[in-house]
Design a protein around this ligand. Structure first.
Ligand SMILES: Cc1ncc(COP(=O)(O)O)c(C=O)c1O
Length: 457
């Protein structure tokens, strides 16, 4: 008879490591247990915190119900696990038109899986050994911890920027400092991961900064992964017409900067196509066949489903629909952002201007219950927001350098967004209970000029 295993549940150590509490889930659990519903649960929690874009849902549902015919293809393993050649072709056409690559993207450069998370996991698995370091600037999308650590067991190294503009060239030096620091601790850094456009900051990197990162990666023998999952969600804003436009790393000539085999871009269906649930993501790497093949070898586990493959194709292959979809999405994001920003200005809640993605980064430091800007103070404020019936993503879940920053998602229907914002204003003005929907404080006592409307990060 074998001895009973002393491990809890007979689970491997790496399985147990993944059970450690994560701030990304903690508050989301409260939201899920008590979600707002206009009729069934009007005092439930309004969700303006999850990175979901519902602005195009009605159009997409109508389109899919009208155009989608299930064929026997959807019931098979399809063309293998890395996606159909037809979908890769349709994506290559779209990327060539909208990402402006320096060399044309071909279907052979693309691998498809069940989401960008799966792609980043595969890249980590195939570029790093266990324990190798991956640099990501702060604040950072907390999901990267799952993607990089849970299976591949690489080490995400958050890079503090110490006040440098995250999108300009000055921040590059902070990444170099992080590489040298990691070396002192015996960690070999293998990857620099950028999120462009940025989650949670809602802005894009300048071309010059991207060149700086390319050079740095060459100098220190790193791969450069650019998560461009919000690339088509960049929109014009009236409040700040000079925001940095989106530049794909694929559009920069690598000559003299980086060996192109080190450069990889990630995209997907979740954000730009408002379809988180369909689970479809793309890796684009043009000059590294070995990496593409090694990622393909593990794509059997998180393979794109043939049904998702067909659904994405049904949008991409109809050029007229695709173009009108992308433009309508941008218009709706812009309109929703302007409404959100106007509300924040009117109520005196400081924020960083955004022109990309689904969110605005708001500064609630002065509203924290104690002046010491601690994690405890942020958690208390988060509790207060949840008690008032609004869920926003917390600075803690983005590994911010300073506590008290929150991410508001504006890519939701107007009614939901306005109700969430009103509850936010009520919570900040001291009301935790009562009639959520009626009174909005005119101003939260912030002096004119303190609203960081024109501030760059
Ligand atoms: C920057 C970024 N990358 C990747 C993902 C995950 O995308 P997917 O749903 O395609 O796995 C998200 C989701 O929020 C994200 O914000």
């Amino acid at each position: 008879m074998t001895e009973p295993n002393s491990h809890e549940g007979n689970v491997s150590q790496r399985g147990l490591d993944n059970l450690k509490p994560n701030p990304l889930f903690k508050n989301a659990m409260r939201l899920m247990a008590n979600p707002y519903h206009e009729v069934d649960n009007p005092t439930g929690i309004v969700n303006i915190g999850v990175a979901e874009n519902t602005l195009m849902h009605a159009d997409l549902v109508e389109r899919f119900n009208k155009c989608f015919n299930i064929t026997s293809f959807a019931l098979t393993y399809g063309a293998g696990f890395g996606g159909s050649p037809q979908l890769k072709e349709a994506l290559a056409t779209m990327y060539n038109e909208r990402f402006h690559p320096i060399a044309p993207i071909k279907k052979e450069h693309i691998l498809l899986m069940s989401g960008a998370s799966a792609i980043i996991d595969a890249l980590a698995y195939n570029t790093c050994e266990e324990g190798d370091g991956v640099l990501v600037g702060q604040p950072l999308y907390g999901g990267f911890f799952f993607d990089l650590q849970n299976r591949s067991r690489t080490k995400l190294l958050p890079v503090p920027l110490h006040g440098a503009d995250p999108f300009g060239t000055a921040a590059v030096a902070q990444y170099e400092a992080a590489i040298l620091d990691a070396r002192k601790q015996g960690i070999k850094v293998r990857v620099l991961l950028l999120c462009n456009p940025h989650n949670p900051l809602g802005q894009c990197y300048t071309r010059e900064a991207l060149k700086g990162y390319m050079k740095l990666c060459q100098q220190y023998d790193l791969h450069l992964i650019s998560d461009e999952i919000y690339a088509l969600s960049v929109f014009p804003t009236k409040e700040n017409p000079n925001m940095t436009p989106f530049t794909s790393v694929l559009s920069i000539d690598p000559k003299g900067l980086i060996s192109p085999c080190r450069m990889h871009a990630v995209h997907g269906m979740s954000k730009d196509f408002g379809a988180n649930g369909l689970r479809a993501g793309a890796l684009i790497t043009q000059h590294n066949e070995t990496l593409l093949k090694s990622c393909t070898m593990i794509s059997m586990f998180p393979g794109i489903s043939s049904a998702a493959d067909l659904l994405w194709r049904s949008v991409l292959e109809d050029k007229e629909y695709l173009n009108s979809f992308i433009e309508a999405n941008k218009e709706r994001l812009a309109a929703s952002y302007e409404k959100c920003a106007k509300f924040l200005r009117q109520t005196g809640i400081p924020y960083k201007p955004s022109n990309a993605g689904h969110f605005v980064w708001v500064d609630l430091r002065r509203f924290m219950p104690t002046a010491n800007n601690s994690l405890e103070a942020e958690r208390k404020l988060t509790d207060k927001l949840l008690n008032t019936g609004v869920y926003m993503a917390t600075g803690e879940s983005f590994y911010t350098e300073e506590y008290g920053w929150y991410r508001v998602t504006f890519s939701v229907d107007e009614k939901t967004m306005m109700l969430g914002l009103k509850r936010l204003a009520q919570a900040l003005s001291g009301e935790e209970h009562g009639d959520h929907d009626e009174t909005i404080p005119n101003s939260l006592g912030v002096q004119k000029g303190e609203v960081s409307l024109a501030t760059k990060n």
